[in-house]
Design a protein around this ligand. Structure first.
Ligand SMILES: [Zn+2]
Length: 490
């Protein structure tokens, strides 16, 4: 366990946690959203973010203060909290973004960390190298080595109580991300941003984002607080939280508003295309899209930014409640239906079933089977792993049935798709209490058949009969040949 981060609830790899930020005297409940405040363009005043939107923490770029004579002096004299008029926690970035955009910046890690400390930042950041997706492997390795040197330099800088970020890079190479995560976690640094994923999200490459985060998480372990850096679109929060991300930052609320773009949990809309607002935040309740289009640029941008922030914070709360209720994966699955790329992201997530299974809570409220992807959820994986270890009495005849029990057998187990077989007295235990559709899909039956296969393989001395209701051929093909099969519907 790391000193400054405590995990309270868990669902999939997601968690509700508490990040203690000692310099701010604030404990931030995670998952948390950090609105990005650009001191040049304060679309929504930071004080309002706290009072009206519930922001406990925000992020601003220390390099903008460092590089501007006016802001630099004001920040050094009065401190960031006073300049921005915000008394929650303030995280600062280092200028790595400018480095990625413009090729070079004029500051070292010790200089920018001391500067961040001197202006009163609560969580500072070294100058890491954000290697973009698809970089050649050699470049990704070289730049990662530089980032790792800088993290070690950062450990040696005296910054008092300020927490320090340890960014995890490695481009689109999951094993480099894993190595970077392991190295970062071994430092004395405090918070772990997974960096340079914005291009993946902008291009809707959610499956690759999941693979990158899964790699970083394998290296970081479960106890580290993880920031998905630059991830501010509400449509992907549920997915990213289920992957184990704890912090998000949104510049999107303001950047999108500037281009008349309206955020929703199902994607992005152009204000021009909307006849109705699918939202009841104060902005959308008080205006129609046509009215908003009639406002001057500045007012329209501000109101759109407010809506964008409202929907963003609302989704964070929705995700937290789902996590608390134990139905985060149901929410991810629902969100995944909004866009094919999100569906790819969800499929990539369940593709990491073993990693999920190790961390996922073993008991929750209810399991809803919503699609073929549900058949690959960690609860199903865990149940089937157990089947492999269940030893039945050699020589017994065992009925596995979707129907009732029968006295003609030594044992009579139930079969429920997607789990497969289980003893009848487990019927009331999670996840076997799952709500499943009456019209089960082929993936669910196939998964149940694989469960049968695993139990049968583990018990070569036992005779099995499977009684099923009209399973499709694709499922029956997965049932071992030595099992007697009877169709109850005939
Ligand atoms: Zn709204």
């Amino acid at each position: 366990m790391r000193d400054n981060f405590e995990i309270r609830d868990q669902d999939a790899l997601g968690r509700i946690g508490e990040l203690e930020v000692p310099r701010a005297g604030v404990t931030v409940e995670t998952p948390a959203l950090l609105p990005v405040v650009n001191p040049h363009v304060r679309t929504v005043e930071p004080a309002r973010m706290q009072s009206e939107f519930g922001a406990d923490i925000l992020i601003t770029n220390s390099y903008i203060f460092y590089g501007s004579d006016d802001y630099r002096e004001a920040a050094l004299d009065r401190g960031l909290h006073d300049v921005l008029d915000f008394d929650g926690a303030i995280m600062t970035d280092s200028g790595s973004f400018q480095l990625a955009e413009y090729g070079e910046i004029d500051v070292t890690t010790p200089e920018i960390l001391r500067f961040q400390h001197d202006v009163g930042s609560d969580i500072g950041t070294p100058v890491d190298i954000p290697t973009p997706p698809d970089a050649p492997r050699e470049q990704a390795e070289d730049e990662l080595a530089t980032t790792q040197e800088r993290l070690e330099v950062a450990e040696g800088v005296d910054v008092g109580e300020m927490l320090v970020n340890a960014p995890v890079q490695g481009s689109t190479y999951p094993n480099l991300r894993e190595e970077a995560g392991r190295h970062a976690e071994a430092t004395q640094l405090d918070v772990f941003p997974v960096g340079a994923v914005v291009p993946l999200m902008n291009d809707y490459r959610y499956a690759e984002m999941v693979d990158v985060v899964a790699g970083a998480k394998r290296g970081l372990g479960a106890a580290a607080p993880v920031h998905l850096f630059g991830a501010g679109h509400p449509m992907m929060f549920a997915l990213a939280v289920a992957m184990g991300c704890d912090l998000f930052d949104s510049a999107a609320y303001a950047l999108y508003a500037r281009d008349d773009r309206y955020l929703t949990v199902r994607g992005t809309e152009q204000l021009d295309d909307l006849d109705y607002f699918p939202c009841s935040c104060p902005v959308c309740a008080a205006h129609t899209p046509a009215e908003l289009r009639g406002f001057d640029d500045r007012d329209r941008e501000e109101l759109l930014a407010e809506h964008n922030l409202h929907v963003t914070f609302r989704e964070i709360r929705t995700v937290k409640q789902a996590l608390r209720s134990g139905n985060l994966l149901e929410l991810v699955e629902t969100r995944a239906r909004a866009h094919p790329a999100m569906l790819d992201g969800y499929r990539a997530l369940v593709g990491h079933a073993d990693q999920l299974e190790r961390e996922d809570s073993t008991s929750k409220g209810a399991f809803f089977y919503l699609s073929g992807e549900s058949a690959r959820r960690p609860e199903v994986v865990r149940h089937q792993n157990r089947l492999e270890r269940l030893a039945l009495s050699p020589g017994d005849e065992v009925l596995l049935s979707e129907g009732g029990a029968s006295d003609r057998y030594d044992e009579s187990w139930r079969v429920v798709a997607p789990f497969g077989p289980f003893p009848r007295d487990l019927s009331e235990t999670y996840p076997l209490t799952a709500e499943v559709p009456e019209r089960m899909d082929a993936e669910g039956y196939r998964s149940a058949a694989e469960g049968v296969d695993r139990l049968v393989a583990a018990n070569p001395e036992v005779e099995f009969t499977l009684a099923h209701h009209d399973w499709p051929e694709s499922a029956l093909a997965a049932v071992p040949e030595r099992v007697d099969v009877a169709d109850l519907s005939e």
